[in-house]
Design a protein around this ligand. Sequence first.
Ligand code: DC
Length: 230
Amino acid sequence: MINKYPVITIDGASGVGKSTLSYAISRKLNWNFLESGYMYRIIAYYIVKYNLSLKEKKITSLLPDIIFNFKNTHRCIKVFFQNKDISNEIHSEKISIIASKIAVFPYIRHWLLYKQRKFRKFPGLVTNGRDMGTKVFPDAVVKIFLKKNLLERAKRRKLDLKSRGFCISKKTIINNIKDRDNRDKNRILCPLFPAKDAIIIDSTSMSFQKTLEKSMDIVYKKLLNKPKIL
Ligand code: DC
């Protein structure tokens, strides 16, 4: 049977605010939520924890050992690995860089594709990442591609890292963002780009509330045909 539960995808580069936005949309609709980047980050965490080299064959053979689960606290998503809360650790710069490096490996993407699609459940799914609208859920009813300029992204990333206990200079953050953008946009498989039917929102000079409002307008218009209730 074809899975008809509706999906909303929010794709974009790192630090554009897609996690906060998509989580807020999922809470408003009371739909399921998936932060696909967490899956890549958990694999990166495993690589760091066991000091593995970045060889696709080796990582691939260990994938079945990587058992994780997500817990929705209704304020945020917590990530557990072997019953340990690793929600903050997976946001370190080291993990971010490794996550973007392993995201080029075809088998890993393929393995995650099926895991990601399993989140499509009643009554619907709001998800974010790089290829959610182009590859994972090409039939999504609403596709938003979020943009923000580099400086704003670095500012957000610095604040986010600080709140998680990491103190990194803005210069390093900017350089890391540029490197990750480069890898995410130029890889052969599922590179970061807007789906043909995606609506592009540039939130550089928009408050979060305004970005959410605009997104909910799109969602209600496209999907629920309801007036805005913010
Ligand atoms: O969204 P994020 O910054 O947490 O993602 C971390 C890395 O994972 C990102 O640099 C590339 C990879 N990723 C991906 O390739 N495809 C996705 N749908 C989500 C993340």
